[in-house]
Structure formats: structure tokens, C-alpha cells
Design a protein around this ligand. Structure first.
Ligand code: GTP
Length: 596
């Protein structure tokens, strides 16, 4: 297809605003998918995506559309909506000339929509504002059309109104895409340059790499080169997804398609990298390649120690499809052998642990998430700490923590409670904008460490679910942080060490010691549970020694917690760990770490 007949676009939408449903409808209306083959959320391939209704990996699909007797190819590039995957979003946007800004007509704009809209504007994309779900009785298109128009300029009348569910307005939207989005530009005679915007591991075909051609052409069987590593591979297949893979005779300027080279590891075909021909390689890579860096670390331990080799194998397998997952072996006195894993963010952590449990049948303990601390020791060495138990014990010269710029969108009635929450999380207010009469955007800088610690849950519960959150890294800051250790009869339990702000150390200490007192059964002797900063004890509880007649009640804890423990623990496997002389049921560790 010649570039003037190609339109490349993506859909920017908040979770649940109906991106997948609209995509389904477009596939159907353009005839890309025959009605009999249609199933809901056609493009979401991972089971976990379909079940949770979230899009994790971006996908591209080509749809035919005719206008004024001309045949056009519309390439829709799907983008993940969540903050953890901002880098993938930015690559997908860079592959497009236009974006549909899709907003639920009953909800209005949310924080992630806004963040992605700004990314799209930075990439100079043409924005087509669309209100979705106009079939809903609660839809208020007048109000939100104005909100959208105020945000991106233009008149509320330019805001399209569609329903992904009924199909209303979707044909008009397809026409608008052709009319308004610029055709791709590139140099057809230059050496080939294609940007990788997604790389997916497929058990049968190896790594499938999705690219957007910028200059030149790539043909089947040619040898290609990855510009960041200079590694070369033979092209086994090249084609387009429409939406099933269809091999083609090559890809030219502006086209979007896939490459298969037989490599087995996505790290050899990284998002953001430039593909060129090995025979006449381009000299200059396309801008913007960065290695995504883990932001959040957590220890993953098998509940059953004999599952350790399986856990290693499962992580190796996941790594094939997820270049941003990092892990290395780690041991814990309390939890045994496991892995310290690095994630892009909390959702990424959740997805990986869920996949490990679901797809690989592993039962896991996850330690409290930690960010990256940089500690300057007394001798002015810098130590990078991702596991609180490795925090240096002696005197230090200083420590820095990562901070983020957070944007929170909510109805104005919740401003007070949000400010209150951000205050307790050491946030600094940067500004406040009214998007409309009812809705406000609050901007804060905040330590990432405070966000990974159940901030989102708190925000949701204080605002009845109405607030949305987005954040981006904003460097590091010095902070007055201390490590709080938890001791059982004088022995440190590594899994419970935490790095917290000095003012919160006492609260953490008392919560953990109380929790453990309820969870650990009585022993033959008295067991002190202490919280300490260095050698200084800041909180203490006692588990009294057993008297013979109370043996039956020795598993303390309230009934809901107990039930939860039982669920986690398989029948007949009541494992005990020794911490010094103290016998601790492993499920007590799990419960104490999961908190509530
Ligand atoms: P993520 O993949 O999580 O980003 O969500 P999404 O934006 O793709 O949303 P999805 O298409 O899964 O739709 C979310 C919910 O809204 C689903 O329950 C849909 O059935 C519903 N929905 C989507 N479009 C419409 C619409 O036009 N009208 C109505 N009434 N409901 C819709």
C-alpha cells in the first residue's frame, strides 16, 4: 500500500472506557474479522488480559476502509493504558500519526487518559476526540464534550459521539480517521529503518516483533540488523496482522507489520530499537530507545521449598516474553530460597505473580514491595539497596529515594481527603487545575516508596473509587529514612525489615509486633517480639509461654485471618520455620506480610 493510502492511529483511553469494545466494533464494521469469527476483546490474547479486562501488551491490526472509491489501510496500534507501561505506550504512539482520544461519556477524562494525551501531543499526533458509551442512560455527552474541547482546543461540536456497544457513530469515526490523520511520510529509497513498538513471545513461532516502517523497505528472507546491539538475524517471515498474521511480500514506508526471525528471547528484539537491513544498514537509529528500568522490587518465595527449581524455570520462561522483568536468587532466614525481582511498577508485579501462580501452578509468598534506595556510607561509598534487609546497619552519611510527579484526578468534593492522604505520604502539592466545574487535577511530587505502599487502595477507598492516579519518575531526593527490624526472641526476621521515614518508624514497629503477636502460636517459653532501629528497641510485645491446658487454642489470630491462612495453606502441610528457638508456622509470615 502506498503511504498516501495508509493511516496509522492508536486509541488513548482510560481502563474501562471501552477501548477493546470499540476496537472489536471497528474490526467488524471494516470486515477485518468476519461476523462468525468475532468474539469479545478480539485483540486481547493473554487469558489474564481477557479475564481482568485490561490490555497488557500492545498489538497492531490492519483494517481495510474505503472512501471516495479509494481503498485505505487503517493500522490500529493498541496501547496499554496503565502507568507501569508508559514506555510501551510512548513507543506505540511514536508509531502513529494520529490518536483517538476515547472518553466514557458518563465518566469524563481520567488521569491516565490525560497522561497519555500529553504523550501523544508531545509526539505531534493529530487527536480525534471521541465520547464513547453514548447509549448509556447516565451518559452526559454535552458536559464532557465541553470538557474535552476545553482540554485540546476546538469546539464541543467536533467531539464525535459513538457507542462501541451498538456501533453507532463508528463508521463516521472511520471516515474521520481517513480525513484527518496525516498520511505517513518517509524516504522510500533510503536504507530501511523500522521502529520496534512491540515484541511478543509466541510458544510456536518464537519472538514476533511488531514494527512501523519509517524509511525504505524490508523484504522476506533478507538479513536484518538490530541497531542497538548490531546483532543480525535472518527474516523468516514478514507480514501484517489483519488481525490474523498474513505473510506479505515486504513492508514499505509507513506500513505496520510483524517480523519473525526465529529468536527465542524478546531481549534480542527490544521495544524502541531500530531494525535495518544488514546489507545496506542505515547509519542513524531512530530516536528514543531506552532500556526500561525496574522501579519496584519484591522477594518472591515458593511456599513449598521444593518448588524452587520450578519457580526459576517459570521466571526464565516469563523473561522470554517480558524484557523488563529482572530477577536474581536471594535467600531469607524466614522464607528460605527465592528470588529478588524487579518490576516496572505495582501492576507489573501483580501481573507477574498472578501469571506465576496461574500459568505455572506455583504458590508464592511476596515480600513487601521496595523501591531503590541509594545509601552513602560513612566511607562515602554508594550502596544500592533494593532489599531492606540489606540496608547497612551502622552509621550512614545519607540516603536518597526515588520521587515521582503524581497527577490525581477526582471530583472536587474529594480534594480535602486527597490532600490529607498525600500529606501523610510526604507529598508536596505542585498545583491544582479545574478541568471542569466538578473535576480537579491535583499535582504532587511524592516519594515512590509511599505510593507502592497501598497508596492507590487508600486513594480509591477515600474517593469511593472516583479518583484516578498517574505518575512519572522525577528523580531522587535525600530523605530521613531508617531501617526498622523485627526481632523474635532477639533474632532478626529478615523478611520483615522495612525502610521507612523516621517519623513512621514507630507506627510500623507497633503494627508489625502486634500483628505477629496474634499470629505466632505460644511456645514452651516466653517470646518477646521487638521492633528496633539499629540497637534501639522502639516497640515490644510478648507471647506468653504455654500452659498445658491451652494447647488447643494455640493458633491465635482472628477468625477471618485464620480462614485466609487456611486458604493459602494446602491441606495437611502445616510447615514450621525455626527462627532461633522459636517455631513459626509459615503461614504466619504470609499473613503478616500481606497485612490488612
Ligand atoms: P481496558 O482493556 O481495561 O483498558 O478496558 P477497555 O477500555 O478496553 O474497556 P472494555 O472495552 O473492556 O469495556 C469496559 C466495559 O464497558 C465493558 O463492560 C464493556 O461492555 C462496556 N462498554 C464498552 N463500550 C460500551 C458502550 O459503547 N456502551 C456501553 N453501554 N457499554 C460499553
Amino acid at each position: 500500500t502506498p503511504p498516501e493510502r495508509i493511516r496509522n492511529f492508536c486509541i488513548i483511553a482510560h481502563i474501562d472506557h471501552g477501548k477493546s469494545t470499540l476496537a472489536d466494533r471497528m474490526l467488524q464494521i471494516t470486515g477485518a474479522v468476519a461476523d462468525r469469527d468475532m468474539r469479545a476483546q478480539y485483540l486481547d490474547r493473554m487469558d489474564i488480559e481477557r479475564e481482568r479486562g485490561i490490555t497488557i501488551k500492545s498489538q497492531a491490526v490492519r483494517m481495510p476502509w474505503e472512501q471516495d472509491g479509494h481503498a485505505f489501510a487503517l493500522n490500529m496500534i493498541d496501547t496499554p493504558g496503565h502507568v507501569d507501561f508508559t514506555y510501551e505506550v510512548s513507543r506505540s504512539l511514536a508509531a502513529c500519526e494520529g490518536a483517538i482520544l476515547l472518553v466514557d461519556a458518563a465518566q469524563g477524562i481520567e488521569a491516565q487518559t490525560l497522561a497519555n494525551l500529553y504523550l501523544a501531543l508531545e509526539n505531534d499526533l493529530t487527536i480525534i476526540p471521541v465520547l464513547n458509551k453514548i447509549d448509556l442512560p447516565a451518559a452526559d455527552p454535552e458536559r464532557f464534550a465541553k470538557e474535552l474541547a476545553d482540554l485540546i482546543g476546538g469546539s464541543p461540536d467536533d467531539v464525535l459521539r459513538v457507542s462501541g456497544k451498538t456501533g453507532e457513530g463508528v463508521e463516521e469515526l472511520l471516515d474521520r480517521l481517513v480525513a484527518e490523520i496525516p498520511a505517513p511520510k518517509g524516504d522510500a529509497d533510503a536504507p530501511a529503518r523500522a521502529m520496534i513498538f512491540d515484541s511478543v513471545y509466541d510458544a510456536y513461532r518464537g519472538v514476533v516483533t511488531y514494527v512501523r516502517m519509517i524509511d525504505g523497505t524490508l523484504s522476506p528472507r533478507e538479513r536484518i540488523q538490530m541497531m542497538s546491539t548490531r546483532a543480525t538475524h535472518d527474516l523468516l517471515e514478514i507480514g501484517v496482522s489483519s488481525p490474523e498474521p498474513v505473510p506479505s511480500k515486504g513492508l514499505g514506508v509507513g506500513e505496520v507489520g510483524y517480523l519473525i526471525t526465529g529468536v527465542k528471547d524478546v531481549r534480542q528484539s527490544k521495544v524502541g530499537d531500530t531494525v535495518t537491513g544488514a546489507r545496506t544498514p542505515a547509519t542513524q537509529a531512530l530516536a528514543g530507545y531506552v532500556d526500561p528500568k525496574p522501579m519496584v522490587y519484591s522477594g518472591l518465595y515458593p511456599i513449598d521449598a521444593s518448588d524452587y527449581p520450578d519457580l526459576r524455570e517459570a521466571l526464565d520462561k516469563l523473561k522470554l516474553s517480558d524484557a523488563s522483568l529482572a530477577y536474581e536468587p536471594e535467600t531469607s532466614v524466614a522464607l528460605g530460597f527465592g528470588f529478588r525481582c524487579g518490576f516496572l511498577g505495582l501492576l507489573h508485579l501483580e501481573i507477574i505473580t498472578e501469571r506465576l501462580e496461574r500459568e505455572f501452578g506455583l504458590d508464592l509468598i511476596t515480600t513487601a514491595p521496595s523501591v531503590i534506595y541509594e545509601v552513602t556510607t560513612e566511607t562515602n561509598e554508594t550502596i544500592v539497596v533494593t532489599n531492606p534487609s540489606e540496608y547497612p546497619d551502622g552509621k550512614i552519611n545519607g540516603v536518597t529515594e526515588p520521587i515521582v510527579k503524581a497527577s490525581i484526578l477526582a471530583p472536587k468534593d474529594y480534594v480535602g481527603t486527597i490532600m490529607d492522604l498525600c500529606q501523610t505520604r510526604r507529598g508536596t502539592l505542585l498545583g491544582m487545575d479545574y478541568l471542569s466545574e466538578q473535576r480537579v487535577e491535583l499535582k504532587y511530587t511524592m516519594p515512590l516508596g509511599e505510593i507502592v505502599f497501598d497508596f492507590f487502595d487508600q486513594l480509591k477507598s477515600r474517593t469511593q473509587g472516583y479518583a484516578s492516579l498517574d505518575y512519572e519518575p522525577a528523580g531522587r531526593q535525600e530523605a530521613d529514612l531508617v531501617k526498622v527490624d523485627i526481632l523474635l526472641q532477639g533474632d532478626r526476621v529478615d523478611a520483615f525489615s522495612a525502610i521507612v521515614h523516621r517519623e513512621k518508624a514507630y507506627a510500623y514497629g507497633t503494627t508489625m509486633t502486634e500483628r505477629l503477636r496474634k499470629l505466632i502460636p505460644r511456645q514452651q517459653f516466653e517470646v518477646p517480639i521487638q521492633a528496633a532501629i539499629g540497637a534501639r528497641i522502639i516497640a515490644r510485645e510478648n507471647i506468653r509461654a504455654i500452659r498445658k491446658d491451652v494447647l488447643a487454642k494455640c493458633y491465635g489470630g482472628d477468625i477471618t485471618r485464620k480462614r485466609k491462612l487456611l486458604e493459602k495453606q494446602k491441606e495437611g502441610k502445616k510447615r514450621m520455620k525455626m527462627v532461633g528457638r522459636v517455631e513459626v508456622p509459615q503461614n504466619a509470615f504470609i499473613a503478616a506480610l500481606s497485612g490488612d
